[in-house]
Design a protein around this ligand. Sequence first.
Ligand SMILES: NC(=O)c1ccc[n+]([C@@H]2O[C@H](COP(=O)([O-])OP(=O)(O)OC[C@H]3O[C@@H](n4cnc5c(N)ncnc54)[C@H](OP(=O)(O)O)[C@@H]3O)[C@@H](O)[C@H]2O)c1
Length: 251
Amino acid sequence: MKIALVTGASSGMGKEAACFLAEHAKKLDEIWLVARRKEEMQKLEKQYPDVKFRIFAMDLLQEVDEDELILALNVTKPKIKYLVNASGFGKIGSFRETSEKNNTNMVRLNCEALTRMTYIALPYMPQDSYILQFASSAAFVPQPGFSVYAASKSYVLSLSLALNQELKARKIHVTAICPGPVKTEFFDVAQEKAEIKLYKKLVMANPKKVVKKAFLDAKKGKTVSVYGGTMKAFRCLCKVLPHQFILKFIK
Ligand SMILES: NC(=O)c1ccc[n+]([C@@H]2O[C@H](COP(=O)([O-])OP(=O)(O)OC[C@H]3O[C@@H](n4cnc5c(N)ncnc54)[C@H](OP(=O)(O)O)[C@@H]3O)[C@@H](O)[C@H]2O)c1
């Protein structure tokens, strides 16, 4: 049985990834969805009545919640053709403004849970399969006012590039998705203590387009997927200019 495993499938880009797979990956037998909000994932079953979904309503901050998924994998022994790690959150605000709990949970979800899900999925991934890890353009340079989030996404980018190299022999391709601001529920969660900067509002991308590009880039063998000219230019700047210099403008 061939499946896709998508975390963060209840909203935003994880949900769009599940939709993309439902519409385009016709050889999949099932799409397995992971997030806390079951009712949001159930909407996908109604949207795509011909596609078989399996829903795992779980909190990736509670390791014990993963037992059901691990058991299902053990019993079914599927071939995971796509792993999409989209669960994640950020909190805008200075390190002092944002709480220790929020920031440590951010690291636990964005880094630790993503790593664990990759470990859980890998034994079931055959040749010519894909791992799509949601990093961010925040991974390109440190970000005062979004420091822990940017650091967590640098981890995802670094891990993805190294993992891609390691998994080449197994023909498993890893792509780090690094969009700039995208119009999803992300900012409802992120703007607890401080507001998103105006320039970010102006370059807000459409989640469907970002996800489509991510899958196309993965198929082309790209290790990093960046949506839009502005973010591509930002990535280039971050490569050529000293980060200390860029930081003067981000502050
Ligand atoms: N939007 C942006 O501007 C942007 C830009 C670059 C990168 N990203 C990254 O892209 C990914 C997707 O974000 P998005 O924009 O689609 O945001 P989103 O709409 O807020 O989606 C986040 C997803 O993560 C899930 N999630 C949150 N906490 C969880 C937990 N404890 N356990 C399991 N699942 C959890 C949420 O589901 P439940 O609430 O149902 O659990 C939701 O499905 C994230 O990794 C984000 O950091 C976002």
